[in-house]
Ligand binder design. Structure first.
Ligand SMILES: [Ca+2]
Ligand SMILES: [Ca+2]
Length: 97
């Protein structure tokens, strides 16, 4: 994180690429999750994921996002919660980052 106390997407990607499961990376990931969760529901919906991926320069089609959610979604509620997000980010075989 920079001095602004905020993170931008580049910092988030950098944290991902570092592949470090240290507490600092987890904080960054949780912070990013909160930021991606624009309606504050605690879960990332299809629309929120679409937004995130577009910001990251990885725009996916609605079908690809649906497929991505199916892969990541462990409890089959159709949304990505913090645990599911962490699992993917820390061990990210499916995301095109
Ligand atoms: Ca949400
Ligand atoms: Ca889920």
């Amino acid at each position: 994180m920079d001095k602004s106390g905020d993170i931008d997407f580049e910092e988030f990607i950098a944290a991902l690429e570092a592949k470090q499961v240290d507490p600092e990376s987890e904080d960054v990931i949780k912070y990013a999750f909160d930021r991606f969760d624009t309606d504050g529901s605690g879960k990332l919906s299809h629309a929120e994921l679409e937004d995130v991926l577009r910001h990251m320069g990885e725009p996916l089609s609605a079908r690809e996002i649906k497929r991505l959610i199916e892969i990541v979604d462990q409890n089959n509620d159709g949304q990505i919660d913090t645990n599911e997000f962490m699992a993917v980010v820390l061990d990210k075989p499916y995301l095109p980052f």
